[in-house]
Design a protein around this ligand. Sequence first.
Ligand SMILES: *[C@@H]1O[C@H](CO)[C@@H](O)[C@H](O)[C@H]1NC(C)=O
Length: 436
Amino acid sequence: MRWLSIIGAATALATSAAALEPITVKGNAFFAGNERWYIRGVDYLPGGPSKLVDPLADPKICKRDIEYFKELGLNAIRVYTIDNSLDHDECMKALEEAGIYLILDVNTPTRSINRSNPKSTYNEVYLQHVFATIDVMGKYDNTALFFSANEVVNDKTTTPAITYVKAVTRDMKNYISKHLKRPIPVGYSAADVEENRVQQALYLNCGDDEAARSDFFAFNDYSWCGPSSFKESGWDKKVETYKDYSIPLFLSEYGCNNVRPDARPFTEVKSLYSTDMTSVFSGGLVYEYSEEENNYGLVEIENGKVETTEDYDNLKKQFASTKNPTGDGKYKTNGKPSQCPKFEKGKWEAQDELPEFPKKAEKLMKEGAGKPLGNPKTPIGGDDPEDKADNGNAGEEDGGEKGEGEEEEDESGAAGVVRWSVGAVAAVVGAVVAVV
Ligand SMILES: *[C@@H]1O[C@H](CO)[C@@H](O)[C@H](O)[C@H]1NC(C)=O
């Protein structure tokens, strides 16, 4: 009898370890079940933006890399673009078994809001793509978050485009509530641009229409370089700036590389998961898993073979020796939506009134997106003579700057995992303690 019950318990544990609790938002924090969820992730775009491989549609690629995600101790990866016409079941399952969630950008180079001509891209062709991606990827328990857009605003001249980002966020939330079994949080990833980052955060969390407010906000941050500190990096000021922000906040890219040719020490990990930060921030994503032209890789991939770097070893050690705060990390539940920032000609040109949902997309909203069309090469939208900023596809292709004067090359990322499933928590905590 006794043996039997022990075996029964062990089996139950093993089974529950595979299923991940969906991620939810409470106050300014994420939760996996009853446990606060801090993102310990990497940005994952092997091949870089020029090749645009969908790493989650090729089990050979994802399964190769998941071994490294596990070794790093990750609980999330961010993928900047997928092909929504392909099958992602096997990779999503392998990620889930590794305790890893997906944070997904829904755009592609030709299916995204054009930052210099946003109005022409906000149409039924674009929304069909976004909604189809929600259908395809929203069915997995380990799809944690959707980015409605990435680095669309990247200077003073591109702020009008944020109005369209907010409209798309609204549309995605509405679509999710009509068509998915559970809410998947939707938010935006802002470029590492000092001049209007705060306005972006406030704007996306302001106004009376709950559906139009983001579920979370993220920004790229390259201000902690080398062996910096909470104060020297200015992270202390960011905690102060966002102390009343009512929704979760995290770093969608971090890992300044101006220490090259030396390896990055990743000393910021200790700070990011300490109570210095966790009342306001919920972790972040290291840029980036694979070495590409801009020299941010944790691993090098050649002919399909992975080689780890000193960056990788350093990050692995930092994660292994850095626990999450005990308790709830001092998150807040009593925050209020933000005040909408004031319109300022030439500086901040977001509109409080959002564009109406396109008439021609109403059928999609009601009946579903239909067939996913993958990544067509032909752009949507056209020239708007009123609007002549620079070029500007807001999708994968050209992200904003990487801070520290890096050219804006590619973005991508892989992420890792902490096992948050109820059954696995004990084992992982045990393992972490042993390492420490
Ligand atoms: C974005 O809009 C600009 C200005 O109208 C245009 O020149 C550019 O080709 C557009 N980009 C894409 C990818 O469609």
